[in-house]
Ligand binder design. Structure first.
Ligand code: PMP
Length: 387
């Protein structure tokens, strides 16, 4: 008997492929899965435990508990100022929020513009809607910031939405204010929805100024802002995200959520609200640590033959240009990452998994210990010397 064409065609991400491959080996040093290496701040965990023990073990409203929606509204009071009653939905991670947004905005056959290199789930999620992915490639010489003119050129009568992600996974690019303004001007007069994935918005380094694409008045009526607690508070395992959008969009996203994940646990939501209102310092503490590790990995990678890295301005990924190395080795980036794993135990992700223009790059998550970074890059240096 045949299963659905949809699932037959859906492929897993290359990140998980590398992760699973590494599980078969001993003595690995992993730079794969994009998650903070911190445990969630203790006060947040304590809040959750308190409410589990109080017996808050039942279903909750589909849209999310009011306490958390109010905390989100308060957190965004100086930018998006969403109404907690009808402009916020709590999702099962930002992942589900993006999927619900796509299902709400896009029909089969529509086109969705994606800037690559991009988080691979976008490709799968767009495919699940039966829509087509229209790629705009961001280039290293432009610090992986998409060229607004190229976004404009990618628009066709079928374009229904665009996904933008700043700071970016995998490149760490932060779209500057001027480019944001130009992109907003292009989208303002067109019937194109904007999904602005800002999950790394709190991880912007140095003096770089962060501009939220959702903050443009001209886009307000058609933008779904996506964020979550995974990166902000090292809460990846809690599966909590949120979307901010106009009431009609939130209403339809919530209908979908009701029929899918349904609702999220009350204690987790209360704890996340507590984090937003009381644990801002914790975010800054973790950010300072990522920034130090970014500087460490970039400094060390500079000494590896055949690779180069532009210092990423946000998130916690180094998107390493390994074109010289792949060329010298006569391998694709996927083959190189596999070979590197087999020979050295260092687990990285081939850039090609983030879109065709990622070929020749490898992604390394630096949300790992300084010891791992030092030893891991040392092994890569030894490996690179062979070529
Ligand atoms: N967007 C981007 C760009 C990501 O990198 C991730 C996680 N790796 C997510 C969304 C999803 O995050 P979560 O579902 O854990 O909130």
């Amino acid at each position: 008997m045949r299963m659905s064409k949809l699932t037959d065609q859906l492929s897993g991400s290359v990140i998980r492929e590398m992760y699973n491959e590494a599980l078969k080996m001993d003595d690995t040093i992993s730079f794969t899965v994009g998650e903070p290496d911190f445990v969630t701040p203790a006060p947040i965990i304590e809040q959750a435990c308190l409410y589990w023990k109080k017996g808050l073990t039942h279903y909750t409203p589909n849209v999310g508990i009011l306490e958390l929606r109010e905390a989100i509204s308060q957190y965004h009071k100086n930018d998006l100022a969403p109404n907690p009653d009808n402009e916020i939905m709590i999702s099962c991670g930002a992942t589900e929020g993006i999927q619900m947004a796509l299902f709400t905005l896009v029909d089969p056959g529509d086109e969705v513009i994606v800037v690559t290199p991009a988080w691979p789930n976008y490709f799968g999620q767009i495919g699940m809607c039966g829509a087509r992915c229209k790629v705009v490639e961001a280039r290293e010489e432009n610090n992986f910031i998409p060229d607004p003119d190229e976004i404009q050129a990618a628009i066709s009568p079928k374009t229904k939405a665009i996904i933008l992600n700043s700071p970016s996974n995998p490149t760490g690019a932060v779209i500057d204010a001027d480019s944001c303004k130009r992109i907003a001007a292009i989208l303002a007069d067109r019937d194109i929805f904007v999904i602005s994935d800002e999950i790394y918005s709190r991880l912007v380094y140095d003096e770089e100024k962060y501009t939220s694409l959702a903050s443009f008045e001209a886009l307000k009526e058609k933008t779904v802002y996506i964020n979550g607690f995974s990166k902000m508070f090292a809460m990846t395992g809690w599966r909590l995200g949120y979307a901010i959008a106009p009431p009609a969009i939130i209403k339809n996203m919530t209908k979908l959520h009701e029929n899918g994940a349904s609702c999220l646990p009350a204690p987790s939501q209360i704890a996340a609200a507590y984090g937003l209102l009381h644990c801002q310092d914790e975010i800054e503490r973790m950010k300072a640590s990522y920034q130090a590790r970014r500087d460490l990995i970039c400094g060390l990678l500079d000494t590896v033959p055949g690779v180069s890295i532009r210092k990423p301005k946000g998130a916690f990924y180094a998107f390493v240009n390994a074109k010289e190395l792949t060329h010298a080795a006569g391998m694709t980036s996927r083959e190189l990452c596999m070979d590197l794993l087999q020979k050295t135990g260092v687990v990285t992700v081939p850039g090609s998994g983030f879109g065709a223009c990622g070929e020749g790059y490898i992604r390394m998550t630096y949300a790992t210990s300084e010891e791992n970074i030092t030893h891991g890059v040392e092994r890569i240096r030894e490996y690179a010397r062979r070529f």
